[in-house]
Every structure is written in structure tokens, then in C-alpha cells.
Write a protein that binds this ligand. Structure first.
Ligand code: SAM
Length: 283
């Protein structure tokens, strides 16, 4: 591992999502030693730099200037500068600026090094108590209600755990729209993670709606929603017959084989027995 910062390298630096103690030693060292920090909001990052006594110059890199800034930063990296990219909170690129710059660097053969730190999505998922072996990060749903509902319609049968970011003023509407998944679906509201008023609320979509009925949501929210219950896979008639044949060749009677397969597949025993009767007699 070369000692960093390496000239001509872009560092993607994760920063705290609330609690400054979540800043890593490595993040501080990299921000102290690069030539330039590209920040989503230089004033906001200025406070973080001040706290850690970092005096590296900053340049802004946000939604409104990233098109022109990307080529400028790539040029500076080509000239050998070491640059760190940070956003207001969490990991750059995750519902934040970063993707275009990383893509441009990758295309230009410039090294991009991760300096991992917090991300609200992963923090919320891992404390949710919902399955976190497989998950889908959806970021912010579309703001317009028709587009939002269309997106949720697509996600309705997704069986992996779903993670959404949401602005507090849209939370109640989003919860209402989530009813499309069925009000009984378990969900978790992770609010103000790592901050003074941190709250991890667990319940169902209907309970979340009830709870927020006359509450004015405030603070930062990440929503974690359980995936859809997997539906019984549709078994073809041929697959069922093959399974019956295997059981019969193991010595089970047609009736016994049907009973076993009905138990395994939750299909009606009578339907399976009809299939068993249609199998050719053993020679
Ligand atoms: N890049 C960031 C990350 O890695 O988490 C996310 C930036 S995105 C613009 C901001 C959204 O993240 C917020 O609207 C909220 O949904 C979520 N978020 C950020 N900080 C949070 C916190 N402390 N607690 C809960 N959710 C948070």
C-alpha cells in the first residue's frame, strides 16, 4: 500500500452524519495532507475542518457546478494534485455528488481511493432488525406523487429489504404511499442517527402512519422497509411429475408420494394424486 496521499489521486472521504466522533483518524490525516478539498458546501465543511484544525484549501463541488468542475478537477489530478472529495455528511456519491467525478477519473486512468466512513443507509439498515444480508438502496423517491407511486408499484414485490432517504416534510405523504405494499409490512424509521435526538422506531407501515398522524416530522429520516414475503414458486406440472417419479422409484406408493409432495409444496393433495395417477405404470 503506497503511503498516502499519493500525487494525482482522488480520495473519497466519508464524514460524520451527525456525531463528530465518527470521523476516522485516516479521514483527518487525508484531509490535512491533500492539496485541495472539493466540498459540496465549503461553509458547512469549513466547520468540520475548523473542528479538526485542518487548513487545506477548499473548492466547491455541488449539483449546480459539477459538470464544469469535473473536468477542472480531472485536469488538476492529471497535473499531480492529490484531491479529497467530501459532502455535507456521510459518504460521497450516496445520494450526494461524487459519481460523475469518480466516473471521469476512472475513464482518465486516475486512481480513486476510498476513505470509508459513515452512511445513514448502512447505519439505519444495520440497526433496523430487518434482514440485512440482501438489501436495495433506493435513495430519495421521486418528489412528484405520480412518479413516486409508480416507483413503489415496481418495488412492491421486491423481496430484499428496502432503504429510502426522505425529507421530513415529505415523510407523511411517503408513508401513505407506502401502504401500496400493504399496511402490515414491517418498517423502521431511523431518525437523527448519531445525534442527540436519535430514535429508532420499529412497527408496521400502518402503525407508522398512525404515529405520525398529527406529529410534525423534524430532523433527518432514513426508512427501512421489510421486503415482500417470497411467494411460493410456481412449479410446472413436469417438475411435479419428475418429483413424484423420484419418490415412487424410492419405493413410496402413489398415494404416499402425493401426500409427501403436497406437504412440501403446499399444493392440494388431490391435485398431486391426479398427476401421480397419470404416470405410467412401472415395468
Ligand atoms: N451521503 C449521505 C450518506 O452517505 O448517508 C446521504 C446524503 S442525502 C443528501 C441526506 C439524507 O440522508 C437525509 O435526507 C436523510 O434521509 C439521510 N440522513 C442523513 N443523515 C441522517 C441521520 N443522521 N439520520 C437519519 N438519516 C439521515
Amino acid at each position: 500500500m503506497p503511503s498516502d496521499p499519493t500525487p494525482g489521486t482522488l480520495y473519497l472521504v466519508g464524514t460524520p452524519i451527525g456525531n463528530l466522533e465518527d470521523m476516522t483518524f485516516r479521514a483527518v490525516r487525508i484531509l490535512q495532507s491533500v492539496d485541495l478539498i472539493a466540498a459540496e458546501d465549503t461553509r458547512h465543511t469549513g466547520k468540520l475542518l475548523h473542528h479538526f484544525q485542518i487548513s487545506t484549501p477548499q473548492i466547491s463541488y455541488h449539483d449546480h457546478n459539477r459538470q464544469s468542475r469535473t473536468s477542472d478537477l480531472v485536469e488538476q489530478l492529471r497535473w499531480g494534485k492529490a484531491i479529497a472529495l467530501v459532502t455535507d455528511a456521510g459518504t460521497p456519491g450516496i445520494s450526494d455528488p461524487g459519481y460523475e467525478l469518480v466516473k471521469a477519473c476512472a475513464e482518465a486512468g486516475i486512481s480513486v481511493v476510498p476513505i470509508p466512513g459513515p452512511s445513514a443507509a448502512i447505519a439505519a439498515l444495520t440497526v433496523s432488525g430487518l434482514a440485512c444480508d440482501r438489501f436495495v438502496f433506493e435513495g430519495f423517491l421521486p418528489a412528484k406523487s405520480q412518479a413516486r407511486r409508480a416507483r413503489l408499484e415496481i418495488l412492491k414485490s421486491e423481496s430484499r429489504t428496502l432503504i429510502f432517504y426522505e425529507a421530513p416534510h415529505r415523510l407523511r405523504q411517503t408513508l401513505q404511499d407506502l401502504r401500496l405494499f400493504g399496511g402490515e409490512r414491517p418498517m423502521v424509521l431511523a431518525r437523527e442517527l448519531t445525534k442527540l435526538h436519535e430514535e429508532i422506531w420499529r412497527g408496521t407501515i400502518d402503525e407508522a402512519i398512525e404515529r405520525h398522524g398529527d406529529l410534525n416530522p423534524q430532523g433527518e429520516y432514513t426508512l427501512v422497509v421489510a421486503g415482500a414475503e417470497p411467494t411460493q414458486p410456481l412449479l410446472s406440472e413436469d417438475a411435479l411429475k419428475a418429483e413424484l417419479q423420484t419418490l415412487i422409484s424410492q419405493g413410496f406408493s402413489r398415494s404416499e408420494a402425493s401426500r409427501q409432495l403436497a406437504q412440501q409444496t403446499a399444493l392440494p393433495r388431490r391435485q398431486i394424486y391426479q398427476l401421480a395417477l397419470s404416470l405410467p405404470e412401472k415395468n
